[in-house]
Ligand binder design. Sequence first.
Ligand SMILES: NC(=O)c1ccc[n+]([C@@H]2O[C@H](COP(=O)([O-])OP(=O)(O)OC[C@H]3O[C@@H](n4cnc5c(N)ncnc54)[C@H](O)[C@@H]3O)[C@@H](O)[C@H]2O)c1
Length: 255
Amino acid sequence: MARMLEGKSIIITGAASGIGRAAARLFAEAGARLLICDWNKAGVDETADMVRQAGGEVGTMQVDVSDEAQVKALTEKGVELYGHLDGAYNNAGVQMLNKLTQDLTLDDWHKVNGVNAVGIFLCVKHEIAAMRKSGRGAIVNTASANGVVAQAYSTEYVASKHAVIGITRGAASEAIETGVRVNCVLPGMINTPMIVDLVNNPEFRPHYDSALARHTVGRFGEPEDVAYVARFLLSDQAAFMNAAAVAVDGGYTAR
Ligand SMILES: NC(=O)c1ccc[n+]([C@@H]2O[C@H](COP(=O)([O-])OP(=O)(O)OC[C@H]3O[C@@H](n4cnc5c(N)ncnc54)[C@H](O)[C@@H]3O)[C@@H](O)[C@H]2O)c1
């Protein structure tokens, strides 16, 4: 039986760590040829070493997804490396700032939305332009459970993740013209460096038990839990999925 992503050329952003690193490993295992990027060069090189040691094919690039010229160069490199681009997993993101809304500065707003919302927009824009040339492609964006529900001390983050769902649905609505399916995943709390920072924040500690209780499978997620779903959405098995916002949250958003 052919592997799920056999021969597909796929970009992954935010691949230095957490969910992006797990995706690189699992996509390569499924036969994808990768171009992985992050603004953390050492981290993305380390991920690439892991992929190569497991026999995978991978190129790397240092990219700040909030910079349009760098994002354009990323998609161009994907096409240059593999002849065309089949898929992209836009996963790079920064965490919430744990401030009351009244204390957020405009700089705070731009710091989070510049990566989580603008970065996703720029990636989707340039990836569709590249994929359109071959008339087909699939994109998955990482939103969050915070794309459909909210919590205190994270207005800038909640807004950025609601935006990811909006960008996904907007771009997906053009699939009839572009041939590119666009979906997003909505992770609950996933054990990555991002959550470790949050859990170690004294302001979050009192909310820890109630957050865990809302993950009704009885645990927080692992990076692979999300990467498996992104991998499926990028595969031809998901050919009838477009504009979907798929919860990967252990039941969090049901309560
Ligand atoms: N961990 C969670 O509980 C959780 C929950 C919901 C959504 N998410 C989302 O999942 C995605 C991955 O996060 P993670 O949990 O793996 O965290 P992580 O911090 O381990 O990984 C995020 C990666 O994105 C990179 N990055 C950040 N800004 C960037 C930029 N401007 N350009 C390029 N790379 C950049 C970081 O260097 C890092 O490698 C994020 O979009 C995050 O918002 C995470």
